[in-house]
Ligand binder design. Structure first.
Ligand code: AKB
Length: 312
């Protein structure tokens, strides 16, 4: 049987870089095609095929799909919540047209599976804050969140109407030491570790008690691939799965860091991201992900802090 060829769009991003290397390890380097706007030197372009691709350039997208006989697409190209509020039209275009192109190309080129990330940003201010359910009120008030909610509906529509095997996860804030995030509201939870190590202090743009759902990147990558490798019959949700590991606020991360770097200090200078964070859930109920495809996180806050501080 011929093995799958996987196309990663946005391979240079926070999720894309680690996911590409993880998939190359499992499926072989030549079977995972990394793409991003610009080719960069380093392990992504040196360990396997790399192509320049703007997800909005449909013709080039189709050419690459045909050139490599692509059978699976992971579209990770997106503008996140904070940057999206500054450039709403660009965010809408990238997030929505990029997804449309992906799903149309999947339909016309017999792509076997599509992955697209949603986010806790698809919920909104009147969604219940604790243990947010899979099916609940969704009233996002950021352009990013609105694009994620619309994208979820689009994914389900292509599944129902065109039988595209599309799968998705609502990511919480993701923390990693390999690639820095760009333009999100949860970015503080990455920056704080870099600053703790380098300067032993951090000025946070969210209030001390702003609790949000978070996850360490190794869990997020493993969970994503587990979802994609699950038998299609078990995938009951074709919009996007709730996905959880831990919830914390800046004060709690600071305390966790102090257990390893006692002299670490945090202070606060609040900006517009506070309002975005206040519109999101504080904790997520991911029972369907657990039941349907066996999701189980491995990292809690202190275990993640130890690993982050060893690596940053
Ligand atoms: C952001 O902060 O915008 C992202 C997200 C939660 O989707 N990290």
């Amino acid at each position: 049987m011929q093995s799958d060829t996987i196309l990663i769009i946005g391979a240079g991003g926070q999720i894309g870089g680690e996911l590409t290397m993880y998939l190359r390890n499992i499926f072989g380097s030549n079977n995972v095609i990394a793409t991003d706007l610009k080719k960069t030197s380093g392990e992504l372009s040196e360990s396997g095929p790399f192509e320049e691709l703007n997800v909005l350039d449909k013709n080039n997208f189709i050419e690459i799909v045909k050139k490599y006989d692509v059978t699976q697409i992971y579209n990770l190209a997106a503008m996140l919540s904070a940057t999206g509020e500054k450039f709403p039209l660009k965010a809408w275009q990238l997030n929505m047209d990029g997804l449309f192109n992906t799903l149309e190309i999947a339909k016309d080129n017999a792509i076997k599976k599509v992955y697209w990330p949603s986010s806790i940003a698809a919920f909104g201010p009147t969604t219940e804050k604790q243990n947010t359910q899979q099916n609940t009120i969704m009233d996002p008030v950021t352009i990013y969140g609105i694009s994620k909610l619309a994208g979820e509906r689009l994914c389900e529509w292509y599944f129902l109407k065109h039988h595209i095997d599309v799968r998705s996860i609502r990511y919480p804030g993701l923390i990693s030491y390999k690639t820095e995030p760009g333009g999100g509201t949860t970015d503080y939870a990455v920056d704080i570790y870099f600053k703790a190590k380098a300067e032993k202090k951090y000025t946070c743009f969210l209030e001390a008690d702003t609790k949000l759902p978070m996850m360490y990147m190794p869990d997020a990558i493993r969970g994503t691939v587990e979802l994609m490798e699950t038998n299609a019959a078990k995938i009951k949700i074709r919009s996007s799965y709730n996905f959880a590991a831990m919830s914390f606020d800046p004060q709690m991360v600071a305390e966790s860091i102090k257990k390893i770097i006692p002299e670490f200090e945090i202070d606060y200078k609040i900006d517009f991201r506070q309002q975005i964070a206040e519109g999101w859930p504080q904790s997520i109920d991911d029972t369907p992900a657990k039941n349907d495809w066996g999701w189980k996180p491995e990292f809690g806050l202190d275990k993640m802090t130890k690993d982050m501080l060893e690596h940053v």
